[in-house]
Design a protein around this ligand. Sequence first.
Ligand SMILES: Cc1ncc(COP(=O)(O)O)c(C=O)c1O
Length: 490
Amino acid sequence: MTGGREHLKKLASGAVGLDVEYTLATGEKTRRVYLDSTASTLRLEVVDEALRRYQPYYSNTHSVLHFGAKLSTQEYRWTHDMVLDFVHADPAVYTAFFVGSGTTAGINRVARTLREKRPDRDVVITSIMEHHSNDLPHRKHFPEVVHVPAEMAQTSIGRIDMGRLAEALEEHGERVNYVALTGVSNVTGIINPIYEVAELAHKYGALIVVDAAQMAAHLPIHTTNAADPARSLDVVVFSGHKIYAPGSPGVVVTRKDLFAELEPQEVGGGMVDDVHINRYLMTSEFPDREEAGTPNICGAIGLAASLYALQRVGMETIADEEREIVERTVKKLAEIDDVIIYGESDCKACERAGAVSFNVRGLDHALTAAALNDYFNISTRNECFCAHPYVREMVTEVLAEEVEDEDELERLAELHRGMVRASFGIYNTLADVDKLAEAVRHIAANKAFYEENYERQKSGDYIHKTFEFEPARLFSVRDTVDHWLSNSRA
Ligand SMILES: Cc1ncc(COP(=O)(O)O)c(C=O)c1O
């Protein structure tokens, strides 16, 4: 085994919560299979270790006077270098800065800034595949947002339609500020050709903003392309909680010139050189300009620890390992009668990373997900994953094979809007995939049993008629504090 694969094995087996057990509707107690990493990954033990060892020295940054402040400031600075290195961004050209509440905060900041920076370019092109976080910020800050559809032709169903993207760029030309595109769909796991899109957008003077919320944990990112600058990315945004770190620091990697010579969107301490009662002088230094206030120091350190650990493995190695898991999932689910897989199922022609969404024909997605949890201890997620237009389109595409009447098609698409998503992290194994396939096979073959045992709620969720899960028996913050206060000595 190479060094990278050896490290990967260690990191994977040390994921926190991998061995947690729950009691099921059958009365059995089993190990949970976590297939919800697209929402948030489990944390890595090495990240907890880095944070634990840092805690005694914890101090605010923005000072190098006392020992703790020196150490914190130095390590916090390093987290930025680590981010740039991880996404292969040339530090002479790019900066990285942290924002609150994940990718969402990052994309909002980018939209506001680029609107101000390039006011004559008042159109954003995005795709129908996007998470609402890579759609609504553009709608809020720009008068016009164009949504390019996903391809529906065989061999690439679900990937951005490059022909339609080229048409949109041609039509809106010099008005296009940027193309905002996800690297990997959070619904189907389908990978978009972001470097090709960059090249195309740049021909029109448009920028490319990549939502790497899903991509970062699964594929290498090459922000700078020195050999072919047209294929470089202008802005890349992602979140700590989707790449094995605790909390949700968002991180923006951007060309510095795009944020320079503007008043930053957020102002306060830490980003000014001098303040008088009637004026203030902002620093020209990156990333300080973009990080007003006390930063989320522990969040940044946790994220950087994870990035460094993944870098020691090598993202190519991780992508190779995970490809096998995703391909096996598609293959195994496709073998089950009555299972619909969304998006192109030829993973060689149209690559996926990290996620596969499906439905059992005739069963509500919420019931399938509830049964997977309560009877098989498999944690998945259902509904529309904050990507309503794409889910509607993918569901309609499948229904259209069976229903000809347009009104009926629309009614059914609305009724069946939602999917079950199985998603993966470095800790998942082929055995997890086999367990999922076995469980889905059982559910598909015994629909009446599952329907009888659940009641549908107004919210659309399904609750088991007799089995109840009581979270507080496992953990509550109050009990933990009460217990500590009763059992610790002063
Ligand atoms: C593709 C994509 N973009 C953006 C987001 C939003 O990320 P966050 O919740 O970290 O703000 C998500 C979250 O699921 C996502 O999957």
